[in-house]
Design a binder for this molecule. Structure first.
Ligand code: XUL
Ligand code: CO
Length: 438
């Protein structure tokens, strides 16, 4: 079989002193941390689209990366070559999961029937590769944003035909997810938003989006999908006002439409940044609402306001993210999908290998540091102490539901002697740095 990544065989853990660019410095897949191997804490997944399809095009220039897999021209041959390359890559890197959009894995045909035929042929081929390698599907999704028919949205389109087309794609993508044993199905609202209220019926659009999601849940459950549906919040890009702005907005939507039992959140790092939040903020909002599901790991650029989908290299962010994952009880159906792409100038296949090694090492170190933060205990203890006034006296009455405005006024009249404590932010930041850099 043709080798697409001949520059590397099995990428192994060699420890932090290794200078081998094709070795992990921190990711030691089988190392047990808190009773579980690192690979099960992290559940790394490869994104089909960025890894096997994206060619580095941007608004100012065409592709820089050859993704013809040795000069192939027939789209179905390219699709099969992508499967071979993808499974070779995941096997060599030790990545146990992948994620896909329908449009990533097979070419669109002249009719929907032809598209469907192409899709199922490649799904079957992927299934044989999964059986051969033991690699699993993390989640599937449908690309309902690229084709011009989705210019006004898919579930939120003003055009019922577009809605119906999206529903047909989603039906097949859910079926494929079930067939391939995926435990997640993602809705990222690519064009589910609007540009101007002058032409938009927001109420109908949101009701329709919920209708589409209910159809997906009903159909998925009817064919045996027992995993999680996810919404992946994102505030802007491509539309100016995305309906799934951030975790809090999405939770409101899910609850309004009675979808909160079936849906969780797939939190993407740079989507959080674009919403004006930190990654860990979005994860915390999901966790405390019982909606933490999965993660799209990447990073943005502090100087740019768009979705750069860079590989994550910031250990501090990774540590704070993994701290939230641990607090949420770890991944169940979800995992850590690298929704990240190499830069336009990093156009060789070798660059993809470096990028994943870097991202995986960043999160492995993040996981190690998250446990060090927990074991060190000073930060958790500080937070516990900070709220200790709610564990006794009037504070306990408040959390026990025994207080009222009258009883609290009565208390204040007798105890008008408040004593405030410092939040000690700088002290805590020093502890964090101390742990991260020791
Ligand atoms: C877009 C994005 C998507 C979703 C899946 O910003 O993150 O790739 O993850 O549709
Ligand atoms: Co994403």
């Amino acid at each position: 079989m043709k080798e697409y990544f001949p520059m590397v065989q099995k990428v192994k853990y060699e420890g932090k002193n290794s200078k081998n660019p094709f070795a992990f410095k921190y990711y030691d897949a089988d190392r047990i941390i808190d009773g579980k191997p690192m690979k099960d804490h992290l559940k790394f997944a490869m994104s089909w689209w960025h890894t096997l399809c994206a060619g580095g095009a941007d608004p100012f220039g065409t592709t820089t990366m050859d993704r013809t897999y040795g000069g192939l021209t027939d789209p179905m041959e390219i699709a099969r070559a992508k499967v071979d390359a993808g499974f070779e890559f995941m096997t060599k890197l030790g990545i146990e999961y992948f994620c896909f959009h329908d449009a990533d894995i097979a070419p669109e045909g002249a009719t929907f029937a032809e598209t469907k035929k192409n899709f199922w042929e490649i799904v079957d081929y992927i299934e044989t590769k999964m059986k051969e390698t033991g690699i699993k599907l993390l989640w599937g999704t449908a690309n309902c944003f690229n084709n011009p028919r989705y210019m006004h949205g898919a579930g939120t389109s003003c055009n019922a035909h577009s809605f119906a087309y999206a529903a047909s794609q989603i039906k097949n993508a859910i079926e494929a997810t079930v067939k391939l044993g995926g435990k997640g199905y993602v809705f990222w609202g690519g064009r589910e938003g609007y540009e101007t209220l002058l032409n938009t019926d927001m109420a109908l659009e949101l009701d329709n989006m919920a209708r589409l999601m209910h159809m997906a849940v009903d159909y998925g459950r009817s064919i045996g999908f027992d995993g999680d549906f996810y919404i992946e919040p994102k505030p802007k890009e491509p539309t100016k006002h995305q309906y799934d702005f951030d975790s809090a907005t999405v939770l409101g939507f899910l609850r309004k439409y009675g979808l909160d039992k079936d849906f969780k959140l797939n939190i993407e790092a740079n989507h959080a940044t674009l919403a004006g939040h930190t990654f860990e903020h979005e994860l915390t909002v999901a966790r405390i609402n019982g909606a933490f599901g999965s993660i799209d790991a990447n990073s943005g650029d502090p100087n740019l306001g768009w979705d750069t989908d860079q590989f994550p290299t910031d250990v501090k962010t990774a540590a704070l993210c993994m701290l939230e994952v641990i607090r949420a009880g770890g991944f169940t159906n979800g995992g850590l999908n690298f929704d990240a792409k190499v830069r336009r100038g990093s156009f060789t296949f070798e660059d993809i290998v470096y990028a994943y090694i870097s991202g995986m090492d960043t999160f492995a170190l993040g996981l190690i540091k998250a446990y060090e933060i927990i074991e060190d205990g000073r930060i958790d203890e500080f937070v516990k102490q900070r709220y200790s006034s709610y564990t006794k006296g009037i504070g306990k009455d408040i959390v026990d539901g025994k207080a009222s405005l009258e009883s609290l006024e009565e208390y204040i009249l007798k105890n008008d002697n408040e004593q405030m404590q410092s939040g000690r932010q700088e002290y805590l930041e020093t502890i964090l740095n101390n742990i991260l850099f020791s």
